[in-house]
Design a binder for this molecule. Structure first.
Ligand code: BGC
Length: 751
């Protein structure tokens, strides 16, 4: 059965239309039985389904049907592999089809502005390009199986503190370059069925009522054709939200919102065409989601568990390895750390999944190495009996050649709903690590955490250091696969690990106060901030080791097209060779730096990458395309993306701070004509060839050439011309300034 939407729009009553713009219950759209419009179900979430059998709740308090818990976003982002995300997406879609669920509420693609954000485990990266590519992978995978997605939370939802009220004050360039591109990329590439607007305000206006975000940018500029749904409870005023472009309110404010919509249409405050446009989007979504309602399908939990294990292993980032890993087949090991026995593998809140089963690292290692000794070493969330736990850990540590020790964040430390206040690991865990390392220097530390922690002397005590993140239900097996060498680690950091929280650029402005957070660091978040401030970091963005080694060679960069026509781009070619003795995968990363810029730009920005699997000893030539956007910045003055003429350095390497191959390309581009006026400064006029020429001529007609004196220019260059004209002294009075400004407008044809 299909819906004839044009016909339905003529048959629906005003009340029915209004009812369709809210759901009917927590997870369902509103049906109109009289006209054969069914309700469809939507549900979380990003790394596994949280389909609730009953009417449900949204913060994970109620149970949900068993589903495969795949690695959380921060984990799987470290795989730098959109194709892997596509496969996970297809599996998620199959699980959705099996419970007749039409739309999955994910992925979460907000930027990690601060490592403190409690929901960072649900987000991919501090880099918009990487987040966008990964979003394309998972959205494409899910939707290829006839199930919808909801990319969330649009926009500037980068903290949990006061998330329903906080006003994120972000300048437009920063929004355009950092906080919106992942949404833009996935909308243009995959047309997600829905976009979920966030709870917070953006520059004074709730996201749900922000017509600039929902209509101007999302629909008119990005070309979004799907439906905008509210985050659960993010509609504060239904009628303004409807006008701004919010199609569907979830969960419904029954008895309030539909009535308000009816009254507003009757009073002429909302045009009926506006309501029809919103209803059309709801009907289109229902039409797309309907086929899932009739399915009688199942999924293969074993196959999905195997995929979860593969994905978790590919998500692991090997941070340090002084020769301990991989463990030999006959290794004598002891296992220490409560997390090895009681796994922490996902975060809390709306994304929390009821797993189909859970792998336990200790069991997995015992399956390989026999009955290895174990000590908890520390308590999770409490410190009672630490002395006894420490003594036991020391004893066990001394009984084997190598210790595998898990440490990480307790579940209570990071979750939806609140932010962390520091990045430290629990003191009792660090004490246990020190005690263990004092007894046995051969310690492999496995980190279990949803978002970055500061490592301090962990890096000193660990001879090998493995970042395993929150790897989902199969993490235990996956970590064992990496430790034994069954899987050669190929994860790369999707977020920087700083030495100190204070080094992060959001430090002074996170999480704000008095319901306001100012994004004062602008575009310089994540590595863009650390690089700009020349901060040493513990492990840079893009970093990750392997059990083999790689070299990159033969870089060529071939440019094409023209900036003026919007067709400029470059092809980056490089040869990657596996120079070691085991098969492995390298992530070739391409960063772009604008050397000659008139605006502040990051030292480098990720603009391309490719994950390449290579048998030991083999080589492959890799080609990565850069489009014009890869060179552009958002020009506030022009209100558009702009590329400036001059040199750009293309850096290619293994992480953001290891770019051994570089090539400089010189880009030709039309001069960016900053509109000059009476109120532009003398310096701005002097920077513009036409402006300089006009001013010089005008002044030459008078008596003084003061404006051309470089020393004087330094002193008065920042003054608006209109002020200088008032001062007298220069030969440019108000009349001649008007003349010059008019001549400039005519010559550069700016209206
Ligand atoms: C979360 C969303 C989630 C929704 C439904 C909200 O609190 O922010 O990410 O999809 O609840 O559970």
């Amino acid at each position: 059965m299909t819906l004839n939407i044009d016909q339905l729009l003529t048959e629906l009553t005003l009340e029915e239309k209004a009812s369709l713009t809210s759901g009917s219950s927590f997870w369902y759209t509103a049906p109109v039985e009289r006209l054969g419009i069914p309700r469809i179900m939507v549900s979380d979430g990003p790394h596994g389904l949280r389909a609730q059998p009953g009417e449900g709740d949204h913060v994970g308090l109620g149970g949900s049907l068993p589903a495969t818990c795949f690695p959380t976003a921060s984990a799987v982002a470290s795989a730098w592999n959109p194709a892997l995300l596509s496969r996970i997406g297809q599996a998620l879609a199959q699980e959705a089809r099996a419970c007749n669920l039409s739309v999955i509420l994910g992925p979460g693609i907000n930027m990690k502005r601060s490592p403190l954000c409690g929901r960072n485990f649900e987000y991919f990266s501090e880099d918009p390009f990487l987040a966008g590519e990964l979003a394309v992978g998972i959205v494409g995978g899910i939707q290829s199986r006839g199930v919808g997605t909801s990319v969330k939370h649009y926009a500037a939802n980068n903290q949990e503190t006061d998330r329903l009220r906080v006003d994120a004050q972000v300048d437009e360039r920063t929004l355009r370059e950092i906080y919106l591109p992942a949404f833009e990329r996935v909308v243009k590439a995959e047309q997600p069925w829905t976009v979920m607007c966030s709870y917070n305000k953006v520059n004074g206006q709730s996201a749900s009522e922000n017509s600039w975000l929902l209509t101007t940018v999302l629909r008119e500029e990005f070309g979004f054709e799907g439906l905008v749904v509210s985050d659960w409870g993010a509609v504060y005023h239904r009628v303004p939200a409807l006008r701004a472009g919010l199609d569907l309110e979830m969960p419904p404010a029954l008895g309030r919102s539909p009535e308000a919509v009816v009254a507003a249409v009757q009073a002429g405050e909302v045009k009926s065409e506006v309501l029809d446009a919103r209803v059309r989007k709801v009907l289109e979504l229902v039409a797309k989601g309907m086929p899932v309602l009739d399915l009688d399908e199942s999924f293969d939990p074993e196959a999905h568990h195997a995929l979860a294990r593969e994905a978790a292993a590919e998500s692991v980032v090997l941070l340090k390895n002084d020769g301990l890993l991989p463990l030999p087949v006959d290794a004598s090991i002891a296992v220490i750390g409560e997390f090895a026995r009681t796994p922490r593998f996902q975060g809390a809140g709306s994304s929390q999944v009821t797993p189909t089963r859970v792998d336990v690292l200790l069991d997995e290692l015992r399956a390989v190495y026999g009955d290895v000794p174990f000590a908890a070493g520390y308590g999770v969330g409490e410190t009672v009996d630490d002395e006894a736990l420490l003594a036991e850990a020391e004893r066990v540590a001394g009984s084997a050649d190598t210790v595998v020790m898990t440490i990480g964040l307790p579940g209570a430390d990071e979750s939806e709903g609140f932010d962390r206040t520091h990045l430290d690991l629990p003191a009792n865990q660090l004490a246990a690590l020190r005690a263990v390392a004092a007894v046995n220097p051969n310690v492999v530390v496995v980190l279990v955490n949803g978002s970055t922690v500061v490592l301090g002397d962990v890096t000193v005590h660990a001879k090998a250091l493995v970042e395993a993140w929150l790897g989902g239900q199969a993490a235990g097996g996956a970590i064992a696969d990496v430790l034994t060498g069954a899987v050669n680690p190929s994860g790369r950091l999707a977020e920087t690990i700083p030495h100190r929280l204070e080094d992060n650029s959001s430090y002074f402005n996170f999480p704000g106060d008095s319901q306001v957070v100012r994004y004062g660091e602008g575009i310089f978040i994540g590595y863009r901030g650390y690089d700009k401030a020349s901060q040493e970091v513990a492990f840079p963005f893009g970093f990750g080791l392997s059990y083999t080694s790689f070299t990159l060679s033969d870089l060529t960069v071939t440019t094409r097209g023209s900036v003026a026509e919007g067709t400029f781009g470059a092809q980056v070619r490089v040869t990657v060779t596996n120079t070691g003795t085991v098969d492995g995968a390298e992530v070739v990363q391409v960063y772009v730096q604008d050397v000659d810029s008139t605006v502040a730009r990051p030292v480098r920005e990720l603009k391309g990458f490719a994950k390449v699997s290579l048998p030991a000893g083999s080589s492959e030539s890799v080609s990565i395309e850069l489009d014009q956007r890869a060179f552009a910045f958002w020009s506030v003055e022009q209100g558009r993306w702009a590329v400036e003429a001059g040199d750009f350095v293309i850096g290619v390497g293994a992480n953001s701070r290891d770019l051994p191959l570089t090539e400089t390309v010189t880009v030709e581009a039309p001069r960016l004509a900053v509109p000059l006026s009476r109120d532009s400064t003398l310096q701005e006029w002097m920077n513009d060839p036409t402006g300089r020429d006009l001013i010089e001529k005008e002044i030459a007609n008078g008596q003084s050439a003061a404006a051309m004196d470089e020393e004087l220019l330094g002193v008065i260059g920042n003054m608006p011309m209109s002020t200088l004209a008032s001062f007298g002294g220069m030969s440019l009075d108000h009349d001649s300034l008007d003349r010059v400004a008019a001549a400039w407008r005519e010559q550069v044809q700016v209206s």
